[in-house]
Design a protein around this ligand. Structure first.
Ligand SMILES: O=C(O)C[C@H]1C=CC(=O)O1
Length: 86
């Protein structure tokens, strides 16, 4: 996820949206649906791993992100590697 918040977005709206994003992201982590959340060093971007049942579920989850209107998201579906031991 690459975040591009417009520079002219009202400060109050930006602060509120980022706070709601954090709350939403932490709730999904507590639910076990957002397994990993890593910052890409030096960028307002993250690498995330979700555990969802379907593309529809992921779609709904991503649309619910308060920062969604300001994000470019690339999706890479993963499946378990046959040689993985964990
Ligand atoms: O900061 C980001 O990378 C965007 C987003 C993802 C989780 C969160 O709290 O904010």
């Amino acid at each position: 996820m690459d975040v591009h918040i417009p520079r002219d977005l009202e400060e109050k709206v930006r602060v509120d949206t980022v706070a709601r994003e954090k709350e939403y992201a932490q709730e999904l982590q507590r639910e076990g649906r957002w397994l990993h959340l890593w910052r890409i060093v030096g960028q307002y971007s993250n690498i995330s791993i979700f555990d969802v049942e379907s593309a529809d579920e992921l779609h709904e989850l991503l649309w619910g992100l308060p920062l969604f209107p300001y994000m470019d998201i690339t999706i890479m579906p993963l499946t378990r590697h046959g040689s993985a031991i964990t």
